[in-house]
Design a protein around this ligand. Structure first.
Ligand code: CP3
Length: 340
């Protein structure tokens, strides 16, 4: 049904003439048209207005030519729906004025009716699907429970999420309670996205790499596994763990359709650690997009040679940086389309 189905083929592990390409955070601040809307509407207004979310989602499809769209939204709409206040402060990032660090605040966290609290996301998906007209697939996403937990407890971004980790080791029972509430909400939220029409979902464990391999298996992975178990028979699931190369063996056996990797793990090593059979996605260092376009193209071809063209989705190893020239983002995508 979808005209360009390279991305879905790669998720099914089918042979393709070239790998598909999209970029994490592709609907973002490096696009001048995005900046025009950012100047007019604050962050959560853009997320909550289906017309705006749709317009932003399709921008990179038309302007950069990626093989998949990812819905413009944010992972932090989930804690917002759970009765946790989340603000997006300009030039600062996420700000949660009442972080969850004790029994009283934990008890105020709810598992919401996602259709009531997050209906605007489902509206945006339906509108975007219409606008995309089956040209390319649409990816829906959520943060991993651990990554959402990091923001809920820390209250803001952090280089080490020290307060979030402190809570895990001083109040492990409460930590697990919060992680389970986030997981239950996320499963319901993603099922709603599937009903609304997304073609695949990605779970972003952006801060999984903050944990030791042993603690990752306690505080992050089991909750992602619950999400995969609940969704894998409905839709392909991609699990992206930044800095989580040490868990690729377990992740490969999870039922996920693909695993995202960042640039600290080579393609060769990622294939080895994941057992060689599962589709991998990644892992261009976003900073490398500052190189001249001809160098970007060479590096992309080298990357595809290393991962192999099949069971592979070309992507960055994390989100695109705001000050990347659009021409360079285009060179990244064109390089994949020129690959032979
Ligand atoms: O990928 C896409 O283009 C789809 C949209 C998307 C956004 N956030 C839009 C956004 C996605 C998939 C996310 C996920 C997200 N949000 C993650 C996981 C992926 C990752 O990058 O690690 C995380 C950790 C967040 C939380 C978040 N949202 C932070 C830390 C920030 C501020 C830092 C920053 O980059 O500015 C945001 C804000 C945000 N979310 C922006 C965008 C385009 C930029 C702010 C703005 O537009 O006003």
């Amino acid at each position: 049904m979808i005209k360009n189905d390279l991305f879905l083929k790669a998720l099914r592990g089918e042979t393709v003439e070239r790998p598909p390409v999209w970029m994490m955070r592709q609907a973002g601040r490096y696009l001048p048209d995005f900046m025009k809307l950012k100047a007019k509407y604050d962050f959560f207004t853009r997320c909550r207005t289906p017309e705006l979310a749709t317009e932003i989602t399709v921008m990179p499809i038309h302007q950069v030519g990626t093989d998949a769209a990812i819905l413009f939204s944010d992972i932090l709409v989930v804690p917002q729906a759970m009765n946790i206040e989340v603000q997006m402060k300009p030039d600062f990032g996420p700000w949660l004025p009442n972080p969850i660090r004790d029994r009283t605040s934990l008890d105020q966290v709810i598992v919401p009716d996602v259709y009531e609290e997050l209906g605007y996301v489902y509206e945006a998906i339906k509108m975007t699907k219409k606008e995309l007209n089956d040209e390319v697939p649409l990816i829906g996403f959520a943060g991993s429970p651990w990554t959402i937990f990091c923001y809920c407890v820390q209250g803001q971004g952090s280089k080490n999420f020290d307060k979030a980790k402190e809570f895990c080791f001083t109040e492990p029972q409460m930590a697990h309670e919060l992680l389970q509430k986030i997981t239950d909400t996320t499963i319901a939220y993603l099922k709603g996205k599937v009903e609304a029409g997304v073609d695949a979902v990605q779970v972003f464990d952006s801060w999984g790499g903050m944990l030791s391999p042993v603690d990752y298996q306690e505080f992050s992975w089991p909750y992602i596994q619950q999400i995969i178990d609940a969704l894998k028979d409905m839709i392909p699931v991609i699990a992206f763990g930044k800095g989580c190369w040490f868990a690729l063996d377990v992740m490969a056996k999870s039922g996920a359709s693909a695993l995202g990797v960042d640039w600290t793990c080579s393609g060769r090593n990622a294939r080895y650690l994941s057992g060689g059979n599962i589709t991998l996605q990644g892992n261009f260092d976003p900073s490398r997009l500052f190189s001249p376009p001809k160098d970007i193209k060479r590096m992309v071809h080298e990357m595809i040679d290393e991962f192999g063209k099949d069971k592979y989705i070309v992507n960055l190893g994390h989100g695109i940086l705001p000050n990347i020239p659009v021409e360079n983002a285009k060179a990244f995508v064109e390089a994949v389309k020129e690959y032979k």
